[in-house]
Design a protein around this ligand. Structure first.
Ligand SMILES: *Cc1c(COP(=O)(O)O)cnc(C)c1O
Length: 363
């Protein structure tokens, strides 16, 4: 795979992603599910992930044209939705050629679509701003936009899509308000619709509709901060692992790494693992962040460097050079590392550096 013998790699368990996709489908059995593989499948490798799901997935969703064309070029024939639509009228030519489905979220895009001269009818999903207030048409505008697209000779399918702002907060009333706003916008028109991200797949069955859009749950991470019964059924898809490249014994009072953030409070064995913030391990990780060394839980001590981190190996006298280190995966929850760093697993996964080889296994 890689020319380097640096022990760092992200192992991606494709069988876990397939399991998680089936799990998402099981929660919304009457709906079809677009596997969200934007941002290189949340850092997991979009081509490998899409191929692993190809025989079962109803379709895929990505953020932009390049991401969609990469999937088409690798042989993916299922529906691919562009979650933000096109960024220029020129992109419509390629959307047409590749047979993609587009979100339409603003009047500029609408104008480009109506003026396009595609070879095949375009598939357009109207983005309704049901309360996220980021992109999309006001609910009151839906009927007009729908009429414009439906009446256009070169537009085929017209759908409706919206996105939740707070579905990860279980039972939050804002999600109900968004569902109500969406339904009001549609006004009973029989349009194909899509509302549910992972959190809504698992907790808002009223939002399942025709197409769900599970993302983070495919990668084995619960979308909820609070415990949820489904969390235990999801299988973590990524194991980020490296190895110990140096070990030393330090004395009480010795500082470790940049800024001497950590100071040994007793004689300690401190190991260095080959991973740093340039690889996507968060520089904000505090002392005490969990890691697994040689299968045993221990902790980060000292600031994360660009290429290295320092770990407490005190009492692990048999652990030496080459010992395996798990940064996150089945034994170290990525969500817990993320929480300690003031972020979410989404950001950790998408921040994996270019020099980390992705090693795909299973499926
Ligand atoms: C990223 C994204 C999703 C997936 O969200 P998860 O929380 O990862 O399940 C769904 N819909 C839209 C519009 C998105 O941008």
């Amino acid at each position: 795979m890689s020319a380097s013998d640096r022990p760092l790699r992200a192992r991606v368990h494709l069988d876990a992603i397939l399991h998680n996709y089936r799990f998402a489908k099981g929660f919304a059995p009457a709906s079809r599910a677009l596997a969200v593989v934007k941002a290189n499948a949340y850092g997991h490798g979009s081509v490998a992930v899409a191929r692993a799901l190809a025989s079962e997935a109803d379709g895929f969703a990505v953020a932009c044209l390049d991401e969609a064309l990469e999937l088409r070029d690798s042989g993916i024939q299922a529906r691919i939705l562009l979650l933000e639509g096109v960024f220029s009228p020129d992109e419509i030519v390629q959307v047409d050629r590749a047979g993609l489905t587009m979100v339409v979220h603003c009047r500029e895009q609408l104008g480009w679509l109506l003026a396009a001269r595609p070879e095949r009818p375009l598939a357009c999903w109207i983005k309704v701003d049901s309360g996220m207030h980021r992109v999309g048409f006001a609910p009151e505008a839906f009927a007009e936009i729908h009429a414009a697209l439906s009446g256009c000779g070169h537009v085929g399918e017209v759908g409706a899509i919206s996105h939740f702002a707070r579905a990860d907060e279980l039972g939050h009333p804002y999600s109900e308000r968004q569902i109500a706003a969406f339904d009001r916008a549609l006004g009973g028109l029989p349009v194909m619709s899509s509302l549910a991200n992972s959190a809504a797949v698992l907790s808002l069955s009223r939002a399942h509709r025709d197409w769900t859009r599970p993302g983070i749950m495919l990668y084995g991470i619960s979308p909820f901060v609070d415990p949820h019964p489904s969390a235990g059924e999801l299988r973590p898809a990524m194991t980020l692992e490296s190895g110990i490249i140096s070990v030393r014994t330090l004395q009480a009072g010795d500082p470790v790494g940049y800024g001497g953030r950590f100071v040994c409070d007793r004689p300690m064995r401190v190991g260095v693992a080959a991973i740093g913030y340039a690889d996507g391990y968060p520089r904000h990780a505090p002392d005490g962040t969990p890691v697994l060394v040689d299968g045993r839980p221990t902790r980060l001590v000292g600031r994360v460097s660009m290429d290295m981190i320092t770990l407490d190996l005190t009492g692990m006298d048999d652990v030496g050079l080459g010992a395996p280190v798990q940064l996150w995966g089945d034994r170290v929850p990525a969500a817990e590392v993320a929480r300690l760093c003031g972020t979410i697993a989404y950001e950790l996964f998408t921040g994996i550096g270019r020099r980390v080889p992705l090693v795909h296994e299973g499926a």
